[in-house]
Write a protein that binds this ligand. Structure first.
Ligand code: PEP
Ligand code: MG
Length: 570
């Protein structure tokens, strides 16, 4: 039995055998071949193996998940046999004498771009299918060993160096009971995705991947941040009890689903959910969210080979707005850079990506990318209650430029006779200390603030949010952070604006009493944190929390603030 400590990233307890997920390199290089007949045979062999795999996955999916899900694999089989794809690949090998992986990859990419540019959502989805099928055949051609996380079909705990957000999005909750990684922090994007999938997770363990063997029984305790490898029977029993108690607590919270969020002394605040994909909206609604407080649109740009076009984006935004049925939806414009890369953007490597060319900085430079997103958003605006938010704003000039571009696109759409809502609030994320300090000036021009503490804390403390070695400096309760938060909220209220928070701190039960006391209007968090937060707020008096917050602001260390909060009698 071995205990490893990491960072609790998503609550709950999972007990299952380990499944090590390691990433292959799909890079394809162009190689000339002398014997094209042999190359064609190699292609045929890879196709046959892929067919056999798909047949058995289809069968298993049919048994376990039903006909509808199995259809996906039936359509993959059709692609594998489609002469429209295969003939040009075979021709390329025969005529241009290139290797099979190059011929396949190049042809498939042409189809993928073509599908992505189609108007119909159905054909756009075909692009994703084509991408999956191509990867499957490439695995055989390149001799890679890899299991797509979406295909895991027995109960496991995934163990990895790190998980990309798109890996995390593909995990099937039915089988993946939990995950644990070597690197990452509570606010790394895979951890955020784990919370939206409601899968227990422990990240930042440094070496769990090296310590564990495939099939070892492991426990992931996402409440405490521990991983236990090969536990003895007594420990398993103890953790089963802990898991069951947590599940009972969740059931109790569910009773609050339809209730408003009100403090003990009757003050209403808004509890919203953070989402990364349109599918996450169900989680927000299931957990009684009153709004979407942060839609991280960058996930729409990830896991593909080129920019999502206006139609792809329009469909996604429209879906979210419609599913929220008129409740507010704060959509954040593209925040790429930092720990979120887009391989097809081909950006130069930076020394300090979190301090570099990211988010609105990139969008103001690549106005082609930005305008496409703004157009899609404006077109979708008539389907619900849209609010647009710019990330990583450091200066008023940046905000003014971003807003001017938005207005320009709006005017163009109206001139084209396309309807746009007249009622779109435009706000900014406060993630940079300079913006928090100058919030009184920003408040005169923006409709709202949403405090992004994940970044605000890392920039204020100069401690990389991804680096577990400096995680001791990542202090949400440090009075310096609380003072910045207060400045932002007070500045908003002075100008009659609202202030929300969409960093992870908003759903943190130690921070919530302080934030309520500081006057935060909207708390946006992982869907699974909404009901525990509602339960907690209903037991707190806003007036008392105002006093508590005033005391916290005068403390000198984070520890003293924590002690103050712990002393609250509920
Ligand atoms: C934040 O910085 O707090 C935030 C919500 O944005 P992200 O975590 O996506 O950087
Ligand atoms: Mg951020």
């Amino acid at each position: 039995m071995l205990n490893i400590t990491g960072i609790a990233a998503s609550s709950g307890v999972a007990i299952a055998p380990a499944f090590k997920l390691e990433h292959p390199d799909f890079t394809v290089t162009k190689r000339e071949v002398a014997d094209s007949a042999a190359e064609l045979a190699r292609l045929e062999d890879a196709l046959t193996k892929s067919r056999q795999e798909l047949e058995s996955i289809k069968e298993r999916t049919l048994q376990e998940l039903g006909e509808k899900k199995a259809e996906i694999f039936a359509s993959h089989l059709l692609i594998l046999d489609d002469p429209e794809l295969l003939t040009p690949v075979q021709d390329k090998i025969a005529n241009e004498k290139v290797c099979a992986e190059f011929a396949l990859n190049e042809t498939a990419q042409e189809f993928i771009s073509m599908f992505e540019n189609m108007k119909s959502a159905y054909l756009q989805e075909r692009a994703a299918d084509m991408r999956d099928v191509t990867k499957r055949v490439l695995i055989h051609l390149l001799g890679l060993s890899y299991v797509n996380p979406a295909e895991i079909s027995k109960e496991v705990i995934v163990v990895a160096e790190d998980l990309t957000p798109s890996d995390t999005a593909q995990l099937n909750r039915k089988y993946v009971k939990g995950f644990t990684t070597n690197i990452g922090g509570r606010t790394s994007h895979s951890a955020i995705m784990a919370r939206s999938l409601e899968i227990p997770a422990v990240v930042g363990t440094k070496d769990v991947l090296e310590q564990v063997k495939d099939g070892d029984l492991i426990i992931v305790d996402g409440l405490e941040g521990t991983v236990i490898i090969n536990p003895d029977a007594e420990t398993v029993k103890q953790y089963e009890a802990k898991r069951d108690a947590h599940l009972r607590q969740i059931k109790e919270w569910r009773l609050l689903r339809e209730e408003p969020t009100t403090s003990k002394d009757g003050v209403h605040v808004e509890l919203a959910g953070n989402i990364g994909t349109p599918n996450d909206v169900d989680g927000v609604n299931d957990n009684g969210g009153e709004a979407v407080g942060l839609y991280r649109t960058e996930f729409l740009y990830m896991g593909r080979t080129e920019m999502p076009n206006e139609e792809v984006q329009f469909n996604a935004y429209k879906t979210v707005l419609e599913r929220m049925e008129g409740k507010p939806v704060v959509v954040r414009t593209l925040d790429i850079g930092g720990d979120k890369e887009l391989p097809y953007l081909d950006m130069p490597k930076e020394m300090n990506p979190f301090l570099g060319f990211r988010a609105v900085r990139l969008c103001l430079d690549r106005t082609d990318i930005f305008s496409t997103q703004l157009r899609a958003l404006l077109r979708a605006s008539v389907y619900g209650n849209l609010r647009i938010m710019f990330p990583m704003i450091a200066t008023l000039d940046e905000f003014r430029q971003a807003k001017a571009l938005l207005m320009e696109e709006k005017a163009k759409l109206i001139a084209e006779g396309i309807e746009v809502s007249d009622n779109i609030q435009i706000g900014i994320m406060v993630e940079i200390p300079a913006t928090a300090v100058l919030a009184d000036q920003f408040a005169k021009e923006v409709d709202f603030f949403s405090i992004g503490t994940n970044d605000l804390i890392q920039y204020t403390m100069a401690a990389d949010r991804m680096n577990e070695r400096v995680s001791y400096l990542y202090q949400p309760y440090n009075p310096s952070i609380l003072r910045l938060v207060k400045m932002v909220i007070d500045a908003a209220h002075k100008e009659g604006r609202w202030a929300g928070m969409c960093g992870e701190m908003a759903g943190d039960t130690t921070a919530i009493p302080l934030l309520l006391g500081l006057g935060l209007d909207e708390f946006s968090m992982s869907a699974t944190s909404i009901l525990p937060a509602r339960s907690l707020i209903s037991k707190l008096s806003k007036a008392e929390m105002e006093e508590l917050a005033a005391q916290a602001l005068q403390k000198s260390t984070a520890q003293e603030v924590v002690e103050l909060v712990r002393a609250i009698k509920l």
